[in-house]
Design a protein around this ligand. Structure first.
Ligand code: ATR
Length: 299
């Protein structure tokens, strides 16, 4: 039985609104499994209160928290330090609190990468990836794919100019990193790994891709009958990933299954991003199987 006392350390999820999140159930199950005197609570924060809530957390018995929509970018101005990887992505989903100091991390992209590698048994290196969406999740995933040597990343979004902006940011980041690694006198080749795509041009790009990742919310409960793209655009050699995890098998994944594609549910990314946050906070290996089964049972 959980006994809450003055030694209990607090963790939380900051966002608005929070009704859908399974992070509290998953993290509390992990703390219990590892017999840690820690609890994780949802903290719904209005935009005008973000700064004062974060300041308060830094003075309390919190050891860390997660950040979700719409604060993954805004939170950065209240942090004392940023992990290099979170800096590159430009967004934070995990924060540690130590001696009143806040440090930001990002586990969204690595959570996706781990889910991909574990579920397919292969690496993203050398693969051509087609991304649907250009929001925060797409940004973390695209940067991670680029840093892990994906060959090409097509970015397709309903609002095309956001796909253009995200592609520019990724290419600039890769170019800057490449420049830092090379002798200033050497010729730097132009790396344009990310390519923005119009919706009506997706056919050819999909044919050229090994992996499709839906980062939009299309297909999420309660709109379980909708898919972000036409089933006829899917070919059997495409690995189809959805970051939506409710339902576990979205319409997109069902369609992909019918076409003979290998599919990866968003539930794995959700669990791995949470497992990495748990490990950053505690320094202890996360009970990933336990976390996965509790999330599966809650859906
Ligand atoms: P997240 O942090 O989960 O990535 P977000 O930053 O709000 O969320 O981004 C949501 C993404 O899903 C956006 O790319 C959005 O497209 P727009 O830029 O055009 O808004 C995309 N999206 C959301 N609903 C969509 C829909 N019904 N059809 C197509 N794309 C949609």
């Amino acid at each position: 039985m959980l006994i809450i006392n003055t030694e209990t350390k607090l963790f939380g999820l900051l966002g608005y609104p929070l009704s859908q999140s399974l992070s509290p159930i998953m993290q509390n199950a992990a703390f219990k499994e590892r017999k840690l005197n820690k609890i994780y609570i949802p903290v719904e924060v209005l935009p005008q209160n973000l700064e004062s809530v974060v300041k308060g957390i830094s003075k309390m018995n919190f050891e860390g928290f997660n950040v979700t929509k719409p604060y993954k970018i805004d939170i950065m101005k209240y942090l004392d330090e940023m992990d290099e990887y979170a800096k590159i992505i430009g967004a934070v989903n995990t924060v540690t609190v130590k001696d009143g100091k806040l440090k930001g991390y990002n586990t969204d992209g690595t959570g996706f990468l781990k889910s991909f590698e574990k579920e397919t048994g292969s690496k993203i290196e050398g693969k051509t990836v087609f991304i649907l969406g250009s929001g925060g999740a797409a940004r973390a995933i695209c940067m991670t794919l680029a840093l892990n040597n994906a060959k090409k990343i097509y970015i397709c979004n309903r609002t095309f100019k956001k796909a253009v902006l995200l592609s520019k940011d990724i290419n600039k980041q890769m170019h800057d990193m490449n420049r830092q690694m090379h002798d200033i006198n050497r010729q730097i080749k132009d790396i344009s790994i990310a390519i923005p795509m119009e919706y009506n041009e997706m056919h050819n790009a999909l044919n050229d891709s090994d992996v499709l990742i839906n980062t939009t919310s299309v297909g999420m409960y309660p709109d379980v009958g909708t898919s972000p793209l036409d089933i006829n655009l899917l070919k059997s050699n495409l690995i189809v990933c959805d970051i939506v995890y409710n339902p576990i098998k979205t319409k997109l994944l069902k369609d992909a299954g019918l076409k003979g594609c290998r599919t990866i549910s968003g539930i794995y990314m959700f669990v791995y991003q949470g497992a990495e946050a748990f490990e950053i906070w505690t320094g202890i290996k996360a009970p990933t199987d336990k976390m996965l089964s509790i999330v599966e049972n809650s859906l």
